[in-house]
Design a protein around this ligand. Structure first.
Ligand code: FPP
Length: 246
């Protein structure tokens, strides 16, 4: 039975907890539009939900959580929206330095940090360095992340090492590719949740999600509640995972 660390009972039913959950935090823009607010207001509301759901995942004993915060394609959005998102990331990452300490959350960033401003890059590194020795849930924040880009990088890295004679071509296998991704050393996601009703993977964890269960929920991310996470886990529990077997 799963219990909250803070002694709150989560569910009466015995259930299998996914070890690794991925979340595509989608629907912030539509949430704002419905309220005739600027898109940035949707991102602000989504940011609050990010914090609540991250803590909840840690409370119920999830070991790895990967959230999709900004894709390699999101730079195409209007400058005003990108600037508002960067400001939001800065605020949350400043807060995260102390905020996630209590729950011993290990903060990691997956994606290419290069295009971010110096102060945002410094905050990302400070969060990673300051949390690396903690023993709680690993939180991967995907920022400037694209799964195709991640695979291209892995291929280049492996090719370079083959060229240097470090590896033989025949020694290239699935494990070696996994070891060259941002998520090296972590289990593949068991469950990926996409709120907002869209049936798309949007360049998120393509290699890692080969046998992941997908749960699409008809709720916009800023409306997403702890109960919705519980519901997704319950749906996951009803799935018959066969990993290609029978
Ligand atoms: C997608 O919704 C959401 C984003 C591109 C931004 C997500 C970022 C947050 C929730 C802030 C979290 C903060 C940190 C530090 C991780 P959309 O804008 O594509 O929504 P739409 O499809 O309705 O337009």
């Amino acid at each position: 039975m799963a219990f909250l660390k803070r002694n709150k009972k989560v569910s009466e039913e015995p259930r299998i907890l996914p070890k690794h959950i991925g979340i595509i935090m989608d629907g912030n823009g539509r949430w704002a539009k419905k309220r005739k607010l600027p898109r940035s207001a949707g991102h602000n509301a989504g940011g609050k939900v990010f914090r609540t759901i991250t803590r909840y995942c840690s409370d119920i004993g999830i070991k790895y959580l990967t959230v999709y915060a900004f894709s390699t394609e999101n730079w195409k959005r209007p400058k005003e929206e990108v600037d508002a998102l960067m400001k939001l990331f800065k605020d949350y990452l400043e807060e995260a330095l102390t905020d996630f300490k209590e729950d011993s959350i290990v903060v990691r960033f997956i994606g290419d940090k290069t295009p971010f401003s110096d102060d945002l890059k410094a905050l990302m590194i400070e969060n990673e360095e300051g949390s690396k020795d903690r023993n709680g849930m690993v939180l991967n924040i995907a920022m400037n992340y694209g799964s195709r880009d991640e695979i291209v990088r892995a291929v280049k890295n492996i090719s370079e090492r083959v060229k240097n004679g470090e590896y033989d071509i025949d020694s290239i296998d699935e494990d070696l590719i996994s070891d060259n991704l941002y998520t090296a050393g972590q289990p593949d996601p068991d469950l990926i949740i996409r709120p907002s009703g869209e049936y798309r993977i949007s360049n998120f964890l393509l290699w890692q999600s080969a046998y992941t269960e997908f749960v699409i929920m008809n709720k916009l991310w800023p409306d997403f509640k702890k109960e919705d996470l519980d519901e997704a886990i319950n749906i996951f529990n009803k799935r018959n995972r066969r990993f290609g077997g029978v």
